[in-house]
Design a binder for this molecule. Sequence first.
Ligand SMILES: *Cc1c(COP(=O)(O)O)cnc(C)c1O
Length: 408
Amino acid sequence: MTDIAALDAADPLAGFRDRFEIPDGLVYLDGNSLGCLPKATKARLADVVEREWGQDLIRSWNTNDWINAPRRIGAKIARLIGAHDDEVIVGDTTSINVFKCLSASLQLDSSRVVLLSETGNFPTDVYMMEGLAAIAPDRISPRLVEPERIHEALDDDVAVLLLTQTNYRSGRIRDMKAITEAAHARGIPVIWDLSHSCGALPVDLNGCNADFAVGCGYKYLNGGPGAPAFTFVARRHQDSVFPALSGWLGHKVPFEFTDDYQPAPGIDRFQCGTPGILGCAALEVGVDLLLEADMSDIRRKSSALGDLFIALVHEHCADHGFKLASPGNADERGSQVSFHHPEGYAIMQALIARGVIGDFRAPDILRFGFAPLYNSYADVEQAVATLTEIMETGSWDTEEFKQKAAVT
Ligand SMILES: *Cc1c(COP(=O)(O)O)cnc(C)c1O
């Protein structure tokens, strides 16, 4: 028998749980999709709304430093992902930032035409490749290969390789260093999507000699629904790129209002239009909170929560048809555990109805995310106890739980 209370008592991150709003009785295992609300965000947003917007109005761009929010928060995120503070900028969505990086990569070597990614990648990344290719169908072609075939697909036509470091379905982690090295050996830059990595595990972009990266603000960074995303561009590439999304705030001197676009030096050119200040304010609180924690504690706990979850499901639900969809070895797994089950959707709805929130990913995956800052070992125990009861009583097997909602 695992002593769950002892695990929580010995947890160096236990103090963070109280810094988040967590509804009473709820076991929230979906921080990989929408992170919980940091309590401090409420006061910060109230201040931005009432004082900075309400009273200071347009003066706030200078007096409350709104104009530098994308750089300032980018520099903080840089510390979480092994980047220099002038290599990360906050803004737009992950999808849009993927587009920026893809189009930037095409400029590094204009003789190359293929945008390469893998089947089963997060759809938006691949869709953005298709959209970019549609601009110049005679020149650019997207190509998807099976995950195991990436290495052999790295040929002289490939302009860029786009991969997600932690797969959103299985949670499997790609070896960023080895793949980046292999791609560079063929002259190919790599774009890493860190959406399921940043804030959940140590990332060392510069240690891997990474070229480009993007990531999401509303998952483990706890920036709130639709939070601004971020873009990383290695120093060595920044000034070689004329941004495809050449918005005025990426201009060298935006307030000169000149007729032609001249890109700002450095990472600033990857900014496009006016940043959403409310979103930035909420994101900054989430990032500040993460910066208080030790990333190696986060990783250790994340692995332990996942291992415990897998062990308890195997122990209590062995006869109920769950098949592990994530690596059993925590070193190969991000901060989530997924199981296949043919009735996964209905089972997840039954869990949610009982106050255990995870999510479902087609075609048959139940996904449970562990956010080490606020999830406890007791959460894991409670989640598996509820799952066991639902399976033993068959209470998931109703028409109500089989009705698909718009968002799963
Ligand atoms: C969540 C996620 C996104 C989200 O993109 P948005 O533009 O914010 O909707 C993109 N890529 C990956 C890998 C994700 O997990």
